[in-house]
Design a protein around this ligand. Structure first.
Ligand code: DX5
Ligand code: ZN
Length: 225
């Protein structure tokens, strides 16, 4: 997780787009691929207009996953469940700025539970709102779609936000990784890494591909423009 100011070019595969009838098979595909993390999207039907899955499914994934679980919480009151997410296997736990009035407290609690702490920003939430917390964060997640659903189109303005996030991290000399989530595929990956992203999330593009492992390899090999 540690970075100086070098780009990491990591790939986190969103299981939201997996075939839940064959979840162990899809987890194994990711294990055998060049992907780095499993991206786990937890939605509560309140913060976002969709419900995904919770602890039993996460625990089932954890049993067969050989790579870290990068858990993206799209839920209100995430502070109520930190220990549960740790027990279910989360290594990185990301909460949304828009759901956390006591951000400093929750970020510190995530870390004291033994997880890496991330902060997600909705597409309309300005990057500078993270200025007073950036030095505490292991990860800053720039949402490039409105959260709630896979398979949406990448919002182009996100590229500017990634650049601003990078500037903020450099300004504060911190080691926070920039993750970008939503509408990413092998065509736009290079541009997004080049804007300053360290970790790309991809779901639909990978799972709808006829050769998923090869598609992951293509995304990992994307050269910077
Ligand atoms: C959207 C989720 C994303 C989603 C990405 O709310 O946070 O992680 O699964 O899926 P694609 O890659 O299909 O946009
Ligand atoms: Zn996500």
């Amino acid at each position: 997780m540690i970075r100086t100011f070098e780009q990491m070019n990591l790939l986190s595969v969103s299981l939201l787009a997996a075939d839940f009838g064959f979840l162990a098979r899809d987890v194994e595909m990711v294990n055998l691929s060049e992907a780095d993390w499993f991206h786990i999207d937890v939605m509560d039907g309140v913060f976002v207009p969709n419900i995904s899955f919770g602890f039993p499914v996460m625990k089932a994934v954890k049993k067969c996953a050989l790579k870290p679980l990068d858990v993206h919480l799209m839920i209100t009151k995430p502070e109520l469940y930190l220990d549960d997410f740790k027990d279910a296997g989360a290594e990185i736990l990301t909460v949304h700025y828009e759901t956390c009035p006591h951000l400093n407290s929750i970020i510190n609690k995530i870390k004291s539970c033994g997880m890496k702490a991330g902060l997600a920003l909705n597409p309309h939430t300005p990057v500078n709102l993270a200025e007073n917390i950036i030095h505490e964060l292991d990860l800053l997640l720039v949402m490039s779609v409105n959260p709630g659903f896979g398979g949406q189109k990448f919002i182009d303005h996100s590229l500017r936000k990634i650049e601003q996030a990078k500037e903020l991290i450099i300004k504060h000399s911190c080691k926070t990784l920039i993750e970008v989530d939503g509408g990413i595929d092998a065509q736009n990956a290079s541009q997004i890494y080049s804007a300053g992203a360290d970790v790309l999330v991809a779901g639909n593009a990978i799972f709808s591909s006829p050769n998923q492992k090869e598609y992951i390899q293509r995304m990992k090999n994307t050269s910077k423009r």
